[in-house]
Write a protein that binds this ligand. Structure first.
Ligand code: PEP
Ligand code: MN
Length: 338
């Protein structure tokens, strides 16, 4: 339920109203102070609260019922875009944020080399997996803590904040020390115990959509994180499973405008895992920018043929540089920068 307050209600009165609502109805309150109006979102068991009794309150102008099961992630609760700040990057702002780097961290030299080159091409974050959730237990599983250390060294050298995937709450302490954005991979989107832990930390979370999860399920996973107090959530569309076999996954491009209308959270696209082939990264990235994505996360490898994971979909640093040049006019055409 959302209470739209009358214009000019002072903060003390908003606070008093929130306390009253918490005590009387046992709900949590989420006030958002806008330039003109203040709105108060109510979360919890709001079914038993009558609209009429809310309308009778002095401060209240209008009452809206929120049908959707996600509340804190709902744009109705927070009409303005949420901006997630990481270093110089602002996910959800006008400038499209590009994260680039290898699928897996393989060595310190590799990470420093890639970081320097993608930075020069315009990337603002460095990606690299250290704990790899692989389909086969015999495939390379990542360098783990050592990999996170190499990421941090690349960060120290270049100033690029780093994003890396967590696969288990037991890794949290390491991630708090070494990583700027904690990635939740497609396979863990509904690992609710992990999401609850991430709700308690003060670090941005890049939440990837599971390959067989609906948009609403993605928003409910964001809600798990946000209900713990961490509102810095970035959503990522990375392709879903369909009957189509021509691509690794099917990029659900319409997920971007749908998500942008339903939530205030920033939305990024991963064209690398969506298409699964390096040559598809450019057309899918252009589509992502054109459709309104707030960012891209792209796999870049110094030697894709010998990459320990996902080489077939990785760009060389040179191809990434070309891609960035080709994306600039697309961004401009939709009123954004990159
Ligand atoms: C990755 O980013 O390397 C990755 C494993 O992605 P996803 O979880 O989307 O498959
Ligand atoms: Mn990968």
């Amino acid at each position: 339920m959302i209470l739209v307050l009358k214009t000019g209600v002072p903060r003390e009165k908003v606070d008093a109203l929130c306390t009253f609502l918490q005590k009387t109805y046992g709900v949590q309150t989420n006030p958002i102070y806008g330039a003109q109006t203040t709105i108060v979102g109510l979360v919890g068991d709001t079914q038993s609260i009558e609209v009429e009794s809310m309308e009778m309150l002095d401060e209240v102008e209008r009452v809206m019922k929120v049908q959707e099961p996600y509340k804190r992630a709902n744009r109705k609760f927070h009409p303005d875009n949420t901006i997630v700040r990481v270093g110089d990057a602002e996910f959800g702002g006008n400038k499209i944020v590009v994260c680039a780097g290898p699928c897996s961290v393989e060595s310190e030299e590799q990470m420093i080399g890639i970081a320097e080159s993608v930075k020069a091409s315009g990337a603002t974050l460095l990606r690299g997996g250290a704990f790899k959730p692989r389909t086969s237990p015999y495939a390379f599983q990542g360098l783990k803590a050592e990999g996170l250390m190499y990421l941090k060294r690349a960060r120290n050298r270049t100033g690029l904040p780093v994003v890396s995937e967590i696969t288990n709450p037991s890794q949290l302490e390491l991630f708090m020390e070494f990583v700027d954005v904690v990635q939740v991979g497609a396979r863990n989107m509904q690992n609710f115990e992990l999401l609850k832990e991430l709700g308690r930390i003060n670090k941005p979370i890049l939440l990837k959509r599971g390959f067989s999860n609906s948009i609403e399920e993605l928003l409910m996973s964001a809600e798990y994180i946000m209900s713990g107090g961490n509102t810095q959530v970035i959503l990522c569309e990375r392709g879903i499973r369909t009957f189509e076999t021509a691509t690794r996954n099917t990029l659900d491009i319409s997920a971007v405008p749908i998500l942008k209308s339903r939530t205030h959270l920033p939305v990024v696209i991963d064209p690398s895992h969506a298409g699964g082939m390096a040559w598809l990264v450019e057309p899918l990235s252009k589509a992502a920018v054109a459709v309104g994505a707030d960012g891209l996360i792209i796999e870049v490898h110094n030697d894709p043929k010998h990459a320990l994971s996902d080489g077939q979909q990785s760009l060389t640093p040179e191809a990434f540089d070309e891609l960035m040049k080709h994306l600039a006019p697309v961004a401009e055409a939709v009123g954004r920068t990159i």
